[in-house]
Write a protein that binds this ligand. Sequence first.
Ligand SMILES: [Zn+2]
Length: 390
Amino acid sequence: MQRTGLPLCMSYYPKEGNPLWGKYSTEVVAHTIKTYSKFTIPYEYPVAISVHGPVGGMEYPMICFNGGRPEKDGTYSADRKYGMISVIIHEVGHNFFPMIVNSDERQWTWMDEGLNTFCQYLTEQEWERNYPSRRGEPRNMVDYMRTDKSLQTPIMTNSESVLQFGNNAYGKPATALNILRETVMGRELFDYAFKTYATRWAYKHPQPADFFRTMEDASAVDLDWFWRGWFYTTDRCDLALDAVKTYKPNTRNPGLESARLQNERQAQVPSLSTQRNATDLKTTAVDEKPDLKDFYNNYDPLAVTEADKQRYFQYLSTLTPQQQQRLNGNLNFYELSLRNVGGLVMPVIIQMTYEDGSQELTTIPAEIWRKNNEQVSKIIITPKNVVSFV
Ligand SMILES: [Zn+2]
């Protein structure tokens, strides 16, 4: 189906809907069509209509029915205003999922409600800065995802068996896709892959695997771990930083390292036997017959020899200037022990606070968990001293 020209956006409402409906409804319909077309595919139906009626919200191809009526005196609360705008975006958005990208909503509610709620979030945020979106932000899913697992079902659950419909099929997939876009893939790659899915499956009947596969092959990113955690389990995101160990690199410089080892040796407390023998044992066999002594009785293995220095210079000559700098650059090495408490495999976002008060955010990609999804460690190297990792 190819149509030229723009669709006509319209609203039908009784005068009791004013001033909200006259001011916002048609503007919101047009904004929705534009924004969804940008993230998915161009809207090819001739019209898009929002009708005000005594309902929450219900979608049909090209027409939808939405609530959100002001008080009798024409005033309205912020909740009423944003609730009305959101429901119009949502119901008009259904033209794309599942009307155009025609997934089976009886089997997989998330494929239309979840993807639509995600696009609704994008559209709300493009309507107005700091729009009070009810769904889409990760923080809004925390309370649900940490509830008892017996009260949850994976997103990949047949529609008839879904528990907590709104959180499971609307909110969680919207948050999952938001995290995939902002933290895992990045906007450019995600948007390209998501648009490829809509283009490839418009006017066809995609199954969940078609969505998963298209997001992966359009972006060339292996996301199996993401689908598995977010869509096939009820695991939650809870990562613990159990311990931090500090290291300094071994410079192999005999001048420096030998002094360090000698200090360590000196700091060692002698064993009980050694302490008691120092007083209890008057002489040893070697004391009695000094002839038994040889080179090793006076040799200090930690003393620096000419050969040690030669070996060190030899070693330095094999290093690039950059490696030499790293060796002697007074760098701090921190080994972070990380534990996956909640089960969900996720990137690890760490905030470091330095001694000078400055802060830095670093993201460790989720692939760090690929060989062990319960416990891993990560080395962070920095010239500045870190006072806290969060
Ligand atoms: Zn819906």
